[in-house]
Design a protein around this ligand. Structure first.
Ligand code: BGC
Length: 369
């Protein structure tokens, strides 16, 4: 409230001081540059379109770019946005470690940068990070597997395989670490075993979060370690885009009881698989909340307000302000972290309230609203 009142006073002062002068750039409609990783993955399509909508409804111009999951393309997109003199850059990085040089140009032009969902590394040219609690996502996935399979009372050690994300995405390691923080004691005690022996983040990573690669890797794992009838009890998939490939491989190449398989994002195909019993859960991260928080933070930055805990009052959604967890190699980036939701067959309906979904005519599958 106080913040709002102060900005109103400052706006009034600004108006008085500029009365009679040529209109300042500050009074013009501001332009937001949005750089999203790829149109091919459902989640980024949704983020891009929704961010565009909310910024436009708040009176901003928007330049939106999708980079085809290609690092050079994203660098090029950013160069264009910077050359166009956007007022703020919002970037979901294809590869968080490759943008620091390009962002130097943003710094020279005083264009603030918000890292959206994925952290940007090795640069001080990032004002703020907005995401979900990525470590928590991994913890929730692991806890779901434990709750579903009760390893402590099982009459045999349980078999699990891990399918992690792209090493170029800082989030992927957080998902893995969160998962391991819960699962490691069970791997150490032998209650869970990984027959393929692929256990480190690097060993289990999937380049570019590719569905096809996840499918092929799972096929190979099944052929090499499960062909003789070894049961596969669980697969930790970091994201739905991987899960969809993994469940296809399981459906075609594995004849045992369907394993517990995790996911993240609430992709339509994954929600369908949850209804069909091929996928066990997903983590839904409310993209609308993430976009709304981003708008508030961008406004605050453009109005030169402080980026701090107090800003959370403006968000109206549960959110933590974290100044410690996201060290990008040059600085600890102040972060606003939203809370993820666990979605299973039992609470699918919740998505019609909190997400852009509705039931199809037969009330069987969720579809995009
Ligand atoms: C996002 C996830 C998404 C993954 C693959 C991550 O950075 O946080 O929501 O599933 O990228 O696109």
């Amino acid at each position: 409230m106080l913040r709002k009142r102060l900005s109103a006073i400052m706006a009034a002062l600004l108006l008085l001081s500029s009365a009679g002068c040529v209109q300042q750039k500050d009074d013009e409609v501001k332009t937001v540059g949005l750089a999203m990783p790829s149109k091919a993955l459902e989640r980024w399509n949704r983020d891009g379109e929704y961010l565009k909508q909310v910024f436009e409804s708040e009176g901003y111009n928007v330049e939106l770019k999708y980079s085809d999951n290609n690092i050079d393309q994203q660098i090029n997109d950013l160069q264009v946005l910077i050359a166009d003199d956007v007022d703020v850059l919002i970037v979901a990085a294809v590869d968080g470690a490759t943008l620091f040089r390009t962002l130097e140009d943003a710094k020279i032009k005083n264009i603030p940068v918000i890292a959206y969902d994925r952290l940007i590394l090795n640069t001080d040219t990032v004002d703020c990070y907005i995401s979900f609690d990525n470590f928590k996502v991994g913890e929730l996935q692991a806890q779901f597997i434990l709750d579903s399979l009760s390893p402590d009372t099982s009459d045999r050690p349980l078999n699990i395989e891990l399918v992690s994300g792209d090493t170029a995405d800082n989030n992927a390691r957080f998902f893995y670490n969160g998962f391991m923080s819960v699962m490691e004691p069970y791997l150490e005690s032998g209650r869970f075993v990984i027959p393929s022996n692929k256990i480190t983040f690097e060993q289990t990573a999937t380049p570019q979060w590719s569905t096809v690669k996840a499918y092929e890797n799972m096929q190979n794992t099944l052929a090499s370690y499960y062909a003789g009838g070894t049961p596969l009890d669980a697969v930790h998939c970091a994201s739905d885009c991987l899960t969809v490939g993994v469940t296809q491989a399981i459906a075609s190449d594995y004849t045992g009881k369907t394993p517990v398989v995790t996911g993240q994002d609430g992709d339509i195909a994954a929600l369908r698989d949850i209804v069909e019993g091929q996928q066990s859960m997903t983590i839904y991260k409310n993209v609308r909340d993430e976009a709304n928080v981003t708008v508030e933070v961008a406004k605050a930055i453009l109005e030169e307000e402080d980026i701090d805990e107090e800003l959370i009052e403006e968000f109206e959604v549960p959110c933590a302000f974290d100044t410690d967890s996201y060290d990008n190699g040059v600085k600890k980036v102040p972060s606003y972290l939203l809370t993820p939701n666990v979605i299973t067959l039992e609470n699918l309906d919740l998505l019609t309230e909190i997400g852009p979904y509705e039931w199809d005519e037969d009330h069987r599958y969720l579809v995009e609203k």
